[in-house]
Write a protein that binds this ligand. Sequence first.
Ligand code: ADP
Ligand code: MG
Length: 485
Amino acid sequence: MSTYTIEGATGAWEVVIGLEVHAQIVSQSKLFSGAPTAFGAEANTQVSLVDAAFPGMLPVLNEECVAQAVRTGLGLNAQINLFSRFDRKNYFYADLPQGYQISQFEHPIVGKGEIEIELADGQMRKIGVTRLHVEQDAGKSIHDQDPELTLIDLNRAGVGLMEIVSEPDMRSPEEAGAYLRKLRQILRYLGTCDGNMEEGSMRADVNVSVRKDGEEYRTRCEVKNVNSIRFVMQAIQAEAQRQVEVWESGGEVQQETRLFDHVRGETRSMRSKENAHDYRYFPDPDLLPLVLDAEWVESLRDHLPELPEPKRARLEAQYGVSRYESGILTTEQAVADFYEVLAKESEPRLAANWMLGDFFAGLNKLSVGIDRSPISAQRLAGLLKLIQDSTINGKIAKEVLEEMFTSEAFASDIVEKRGLKQVTDTGAIEAAITAVLDANPDMLAQYRSGKDKLFGFFVGQVMKAMKGKANPALVNDLLKKILAG
Ligand code: ADP
Ligand code: MG
């Protein structure tokens, strides 16, 4: 049994989780119409007659949406089905003017695949992907702009979605969180979904059940439309707890659709679970089956970008960064690209230390991501080169970096202007050492009587006397020599 369990009166319960993720496809226009998909436009300005379901309008499949779905399937190491079909899923929603959603039911475009997640202890675990199918999004009902009326915005109606269904392979809120982060990362690398959960372009339906060790799966409940990873994890915890209580009080969990109330931290019943036959699925008579050309699929495969795991392995092999470092360096493609510029222009080890240390700390302070970094990779590389060729030491470099965050100056200009060049002139360093020893006769006596720790004090004093600009290795060497002499 896995380590995450819910403790009940009758012992420990294992939590079983499967996720259905709706990911909005990145494309210029909608799945079956030419209307644009940009987020945030004024209500009902991106609606074609097809999206508004005017009688007699015919859907025309957008090839780019199909390509995006195939790329995603390839990125998930999944089976690409050369034959797939669009079905009508009939239901009534005020923001679904067709009265049905065009989806894929029996023949999805993508079959079985997998996503590898990394757990907190660094262990990797594979989670099965059952399928990916393509479907239309609905519009939006707006309840808070008029005291009496619900308003409808159809801008989102007809936008392409990928529904990515997982196997019930996850066993804890942490695993579900890791799965969603990894999926989002892959989608972003592929450029097939922007993964912005706050804007609703990625949302998850969370299926949860609980069972005793060794049992078959029990009845699940589906918590609909959870829009952040944190809420998904909280919803699992709350729902699993509730189910354990139902079973332990002699009741039976009913399959149903629930909603997560994040303010109260609990799930609430929404409706009893509908079955496929309630939707009266049938092949959409307005659309031909979708038949893909195997060569076209292969050409998409050939043009896939390097994905997070292979990139990680390559960064480790090519630049000698650790597994931990490669994880951070590949969180976003832009971070990895930034690092590779640095690693090529300067020393890779130095580059990793500075990027993950002081540079990221500086970005954090400004609360900006790498895409809005005030320092470009080229400019940061300029600083690293000065450290590498001993023009400045590490301590001075921190000062220079600070100034680079607030100005557009190059490191070399800052060093020049402020006279920060490292002093490697042994005569000057020796003079400073002699002056420090002369000024601290008591300390010197203590050092000579065996208080070795005072060595560090002398180094500090010499560095201070030289305004931090002395070469630290030289100071150490010369000080040792003079004290021994
Ligand atoms: P539906 O289409 O009715 O929602 P599916 O069979 O496609 O049903 O399953 C939906 C999701 O529920 C999948 O992600 C699957 O992994 C998950 N699931 C299935 N059985 C269980 C279970 N017993 N406990 C938790 N999740 C489950
Ligand atoms: Mg479902």
